[in-house]
Write a protein that binds this ligand. Structure first.
Ligand SMILES: [Zn+2]
Length: 125
């Protein structure tokens, strides 16, 4: 498991970026990392049959990462079809390989969610 050595999951602080995304739909992606303060932080989630799933957050720069299973996922989240279920590991090794696609996936979901909100509430995001 040499691939895992570079990842540091000793701090949960990187999880804070989930709240940042929830509070601010026009956020810059990649997200600003609360640990090294560079814009290299990412989020991926995997929803199971109910509203729960696994959330990974990680930073490509400082390699801080964390993951939580059986977390309540935001309603707007949709699984990406380019992530193979069998590749999943606790460290974001498999996610880092597709990081550009994951960032774009998150952008699209936030955009879609923002658009829907505008129609229902006639307001901006
Ligand atoms: Zn970082």
């Amino acid at each position: 498991m040499e691939e895992n050595i570079k990842w540091d999951d000793s701090s949960d602080e990187i999880m804070d970026i989930i709240k940042v995304v929830e509070d601010n739909k026009e956020i810059q992606i990649p997200i600003n990392c609360p640990i090294c303060n560079t814009s290299n932080a990412h989020i991926y989630m995997h929803r199971y049959e109910d509203d729960r799933g696994t959330i990974w957050t990680w930073c490509s720069n400082c390699k801080s990462c964390t993951h939580g299973s059986r977390m309540k996922l935001p309603k707007w989240w949709e699984n990406a079809d380019f992530i193979n279920d069998s590749e999943r590991t606790s460290h974001p090794v498999f996610l880092e390989l597709k990081v550009n696609m994951i960032d774009e996936h998150l952008r699209q979901l936030l955009k879609k969610n923002c658009h829907r909100k505008r129609i229902i509430h006639q307001s901006g995001c």
